[in-house]
Design a protein around this ligand. Structure first.
Ligand SMILES: N[C@@H](CCC(=O)N[C@@H](CS)C(=O)NCC(=O)O)C(=O)O
Length: 284
């Protein structure tokens, strides 16, 4: 049982002290959801093996009363198993399955492009002693290209990302939380993508009026503003230029996936659109 209600968390931080790793972010939220206080072991990308006494090359890691647990998913499952009387993170096996899909989709849709838009900043914001390691490992991940070259031209690429987030936008505008009335680990895994982005986004990736904002703001505010570290950047304020695509669907939900059929009144607008002539707008 956690001593003094406190669990030790090995963090992965930037020079500002804010967490960068999405996996660590998800774990911070998970520990808070379970009601624990955090004893943070600070540090960056290098020296993880030394800090963890040779136990891990990756973070997060937690120590609960002397018991080490590695890996963000394994930590969440451990917490639910060990502390079943506290609020549940993963209330049903399906939450894990569907969250794994959602997260893989978010990584493909957002993390990938944003990684290439912020990778030089990511290195520059890291602790000075991490710069060389981050440059080498991330350039290797990017097929040997220089971080400066990968990031260059991002003003042309950033506006292309928000429209691709529309399926996720629909989810979090039609439901208070992915978990329903209260957040679950699904929310924290998805929030972690945007917390990672905010840790490195020296220029904003989303427009001021993005409907994702309500869920994101509520998520960043959880647990006394856990996501509001002063080192974080604003996600909002992307300026569009003529010719950039619409960042989100401004016409409102329409179509078989997005609306509930409660009778002809609910489908009238869609029927009129379907019968009045050709349209370019996808139905879902
Ligand atoms: N499956 C692991 C992944 C952990 C992981 O890859 N962490 C990255 C940070 S995002 C790390 O420790 N990187 C150290 C490095 O790049 O050397 C988990 O879910 O905890």
């Amino acid at each position: 049982m956690a001593q003094n209600n406190t669990i030790t968390l090995y963090d992965l931080q930037l020079a500002s002290g804010c967490t960068i790793s999405p996996f660590v972010w998800a774990t911070k939220y998970a520990l808070k959801h379970k009601g624990f206080d955090l004893d943070i072991v600070p540090g960056g990308f290098t020296g993880i093996m030394e800090r963890t006494g040779g136990r891990s090359e990756r973070l997060p890691a937690i120590v609960d009363d002397g018991h080490w647990v590695l890996d963000s998913w394994l930590i969440a499952e451990y917490l639910d198993e060990k502390y079943p009387d506290r609020p549940t993170l993963i209330p049903h096996a399906s939450v894990k399955t569907l969250t794994e899909f959602l997260e893989a989709w978010l990584w493909r849709t957002a993390v990938g492009p944003w990684f290439r838009c912020y990778i030089k900043d990511y290195r520059d914001l890291s602790l000075p002693q991490d710069h060389e390691y981050v440059t080498k490992t991330r350039e290797n991940m990017l097929e040997g290209r220089k971080l400066e070259d990968v990031q260059a031209g991002r003003e042309d690429r950033l506006p292309l990302v928000p429209p691709t987030l529309e399926p996720f936008r629909l989810l979090v505008t039609q439901h208070k939380w992915l978990g329903g009335d209260t957040p679950t680990y699904a929310d924290y895994r998805a929030l972690a993508v945007f917390l990672w982005t905010a840790s490195v986004a020296t220029t904003p990736p989303l427009t001021e009026d993005d409907p994702l904002r309500d869920w994101l703001d509520r998520g960043f505010d959880l647990f006394d503003g856990l996501g509001r570290h002063p080192g974080m950047h604003s996600l909002f304020g992307l300026k569009l230029r003529p010719g950039d695509p619409e960042p989100f669907n401004k016409a409102g939900p329409m179509g078989g996936l997005q609306t509930r059929n409660t009778g002809p009144a609910a489908t009238r607008a869609e029927t009129e659109r379907m019968t009045s002539g050709p349209t370019t707008r996808p139905s879902n």
